[in-house]
Design a protein around this ligand. Structure first.
Ligand code: PAF
Length: 284
């Protein structure tokens, strides 16, 4: 496994690999790697000749009030985890990604506005901008994202389609702890009591999926049922949203009529913001 820091060197390396006829599977990350990330790296390895992972805590996707400074960083553990699976790890410096006069932003309108977009202004603009930069540098044949960040995956797919990017965006299933909690680097912020309470989000989404299977079609009622589960957990200090959305447009639904919907929520447990979702696509 080779470590590359300069965007120019990463790009030249990728171009050389592709000229030799090799496909590149790319896993962009912000580090603090867990099983969720590793499942993406394994999928990339199974489906491509070369695997590139990037580790870059992207400052422009955090607002000044958010956790950029305390975001978990675990570089030597991360490199150890990637050692046998990745061929290249791209570790750019902030200055090489964003020189002082950097002035471009990429915005995917519509799908960026609902759900997390309402609570994290500018976040998805920061994500779309860095992902497009990373795609241009790494030149992947396929890029891998987790379903846990469902809205992000829809935005990246739309970006790739709208801008004719010559790559496939692959979305892999959410990896969960044994009690259902979706794996996330931010779970490291939770103390033991909060860690137990954090499963409430998964339980609430499950309650929603069960209600749909039992015939509930009214989203207000459905959100009410999911909020009730969350309200039973005192350490859930805020519910930012929890509802049913069209899986493609991410518009909140009034009634559950479409086949492909996503139940999604964001809550604060202690001071930690957690998100999760379930795809419900087998309405009878
Ligand atoms: O999902 C993440 O870790 C980040 O949003 C990403 C895609 C690496 C962009 O910084």
């Amino acid at each position: 496994m080779e470590t590359i820091r300069l965007p120019r060197v990463m790009r030249e390396t990728s171009i050389k690999e592709k000229r030799s006829g090799r496909t590149i599977g790319f896993v962009p990350t912000m580090g603090a790697l867990h099983e969720g990330h590793m499942s993406l790296v394994r999928a990339a390895k199974a489906e491509n000749d070369i695997v590139v992972a990037s580790i870059f805590v992207n400052p422009i996707q955090f607002s000044p009030r958010e956790d950029f400074d305390r975001y978990p960083r675990a570089l030597s553990d991360d490199l150890e985890k990637l050692e046998d699976l990745a061929d290249f790890v791209f570790l750019p410096e902030k200055e090489s990604m964003y020189p002082p006069d950097f002035s471009t932003r990429v915005e995917v309108v519509g799908v960026s506005e609902s759900m997390c977009g309402r609570f994290r202004p500018g976040h998805f603009q920061g994500v779309a901008t860095v992902v497009l930069k990373l795609f241009n540098i790494v030149q992947p044949s396929r890029a891998y994202f987790g379903q846990k960040d469902y809205q992000q995956s829809v935005i990246i797919k739309r970006l790739a389609r709208d801008l004719d990017l010559p790559l496939e965006v692959v979305v892999c299933p959410t990896v969960r702890e044994a009690d259902g909690l979706a794996m996330s680097s931010r779970n490291a912020y939770l103390n033991p009591e909060e860690r137990k309470a954090a499963t409430a989000l998964y339980r609430a989404l499950h309650a929603g999926a069960k209600a749909i299977k039992e015939g509930q079609r009214d989203t207000l009622q459905l959100s009410g049922a999911m909020r009730l589960t969350l309200s039973e957990e005192p350490l859930v200090s805020q519910v930012q949203y929890i509802s049913a959305y069209d899986a493609e447009t991410l518009q909140e639904l009034e009634t559950i009529e479409k086949k492909e919907i996503v139940l999604a929520g964001a809550v604060i447990v202690g001071t930690t913001r957690l998100i999760d979702n379930l795809l419900v696509n087998d309405l009878k």
